[in-house]
Design a binder for this molecule. Structure first.
Ligand SMILES: [Zn+2]
Ligand SMILES: [Zn+2]
Length: 392
């Protein structure tokens, strides 16, 4: 299978496979640093004394001197009022030029939309929306089990769907698909289903099927309630979500197709997603893997980083993970008719319209396609359209 993908000619893919569990075990054996990770206060003081070339008494005095209660400056005492979540607010009463420039920049960002847009366009990662505030909220909400000091942390990118049955013909060609949509941080002993439940796709929350005959009936089941089957395809193994008794093994038909020897694909394994955790996986950093749900909605999945849990930077509470690190800036799609409101309906097969699919907001949909009595004008099919900007 790797030969078919020709991964050795792609320099951004790690040529070596990583097994998360053995990665940590190997690291523990090769280095003595592992025991030093469990830093106690005593160990830290000893380390500081060696690095700073100071006696233990001097380190004790230094620690006493650096305590936060010893801050005496007026600004220092009020420091907490300038920290909101993880953001730092500039104090108003300072005469420093850099603070003045920062204040001017902040106020222009709020009041001058042209300035803000020009700034956003100049940023390298302008498509990314960092979820910093969300991290702090989730930290305070939960009080549960903590992560082990030797836990591994994985950064996973979920891409925009490669194929969606809502887009056909010309519209499908113009879909941007090679964009990371979500970046999540998971821990090694976490089940794959935890990641699956955090993946946000509008196909899961949309109402499937033609709603043209009764557009005012919003009491219909959403996609994830009807079609809850899904799988990850990682290292020649299909991890199927079989938590619900009604779930299907989507991989069965693919495995039987691939089993013919003349295709040269080899044996593809399968396992239950809920019984596997990230520690069990073998994967290459940078290699695209696959997540499929709703029948044919395919997302690329890429592991971009594997590292140890960092007590200084990572939230220790297990319930915080998978933690959403960033999402893509999602731009809303306007109604094709009024160009003002956000689109809510997608219409196919209406010969009174110049384009297909044609997107309508609720008002334009009802005024153009239905009589005052609610009768359908002509023949068409209408599908609910959930705008991606409505997702998190
Ligand atoms: Zn999807
Ligand atoms: Zn409209």
């Amino acid at each position: 299978m790797d030969d078919l993908k020709d991964i050795h000619r792609r320099p951004w893919i790690d040529p070596q496979k990583t097994n998360v569990r053995s990665f940590v075990e190997e690291w523990k054996q090769k280095t003595e640093l592992a025991s030093d990770l469990e830093m106690t206060s005593k160990k830290l003081k000893k380390e500081a004394s060696n690095k700073l070339n100071m006696s233990q008494d001097e380190v004790d005095k230094l620690e006493e001197h650096l305590k936060i209660d010893n801050l005496t400056d007026v600004m220092d005492k009020d420091w907490s009022s300038y920290v909101v979540g993880n953001y730092f607010q500039c104090p108003q009463n300072l005469s420093l030029k850099c603070v003045e420039a920062q204040l001017e920049h902040s106020s222009r960002c709020e009041t001058d939309s042209r300035y803000r847009i020009a700034l956003e366009r100049s940023l390298r990662y302008r498509n990314d929306k960092f979820m910093i505030n969300m991290t702090s909220k989730r930290k305070s909400r939960y009080n549960e089990e903590c992560l082990d000091i030797m836990e591994t942390m994985l950064v996973v990118q979920i891409f925009c769907p490669h194929h969606s049955s809502h887009y056909e013909g010309e519209g499908k060609k113009h879909r941007a698909t090679l964009l990371p949509d979500q970046e999540l941080l998971c821990y090694g002993s976490q089940s794959l289903t935890a990641l699956r439940d955090m993946i946000i796709c509008k196909m899961d929350v949309n109402i499937p099927g033609d709603c043209g005959d009764d557009p005012n009936n919003f009491d219909r089941p959403i996609g994830s309630e009807i079609y809850s089957s899904s799988f990850f395809f990682i290292d020649n193994c299909f991890y199927n979500d079989m938590r619900k008794i009604t779930n299907m093994d989507y991989s069965e038909v693919i495995r039987s197709w691939a089993s013919r020897t003349d295709r040269g694909i080899g044996i593809l394994r399968h396992a239950k997603m809920e019984e596997c955790c990230f520690d069990d996986l073998n994967f290459r950093l940078g290699q695209p893997y696959l997540y499929v749900h709703q029948g044919d909605c395919e997302h690329m999945v890429i592991f971009t980083d594997v590292r140890l849990f960092s007590p200084q930077g990572d939230c220790p509470l297990k319930a915080t993970y998978p933690l959403l690190l960033k999402t893509r800036h999602r731009v809303s799609t306007s109604c094709f008719m009024c160009k003002l409101k956000t689109a809510k309906w997608m219409v196919f097969g209406n010969d009174r319209l110049p384009d297909e699919p044609f997107l309508f907001c609720q008002d334009c949909m009802m005024q153009f396609n239905y009589t005052k009595e609610g009768e359908k004008i002509g023949q068409f099919s209408a599908y609910s359209f959930l705008d991606e900007s409505a997702l998190l």
